[in-house]
Design a protein. Structure first.
Length: 94
C-alpha cells in the first residue's frame, strides 16, 4: 500500500515482471523463443476494519510493455497486454 486515508481509501503503485513462454506447434516448423516483459500497476481501493478482521476491495490496472518475438523463419509476433482487475479480500488482523 502506498497511502491510506483515515476514511479507509488507499492507493497502490507497483512494478510488475512477467515471463512470456511460447508453446506453439506450427505446421511450418518455425519456432518462437520465450521472452519477458515489465510494466506498472496502479490501484485504488477501500479498506474497512472489523476489529480483528478486515474487508478490502480495489480496482487495479496493469500496463505491460510491448513484447516482440521473432521466429526461426523470420516472422515477428507483437503483443501489448493490459489488465484490469477487481479484487475483494477478507482477512484476519494479527
Amino acid at each position: 500500500m502506498i497511502a491510506q486515508s483515515s476514511a479507509g481509501i488507499y492507493a497502490k503503485l507497483g512494478y510488475v515482471m512477467a515471463d512470456v513462454d511460447t508453446t506453439e506447434n506450427l505446421k511450418t516448423g518455425d519456432k518462437y523463443g520465450n521472452s519477458d516483459t515489465t510494466g506498472t500497476m496502479v490501484a485504488i481501493g477501500y479498506k474497512y476494519d472489523l476489529g480483528s478482521a478486515f474487508v478490502r476491495a480495489d480496482v487495479s490496472s496493469t500496463d505491460y510493455d510491448e513484447v516482440s518475438i521473432k521466429s526461426t523463419g523470420g516472422s515477428t509476433v507483437k503483443a501489448d497486454v493490459d489488465a484490469t482487475a477487481v479484487t475483494l479480500s477478507i482477512g484476519k488482523a494479527f
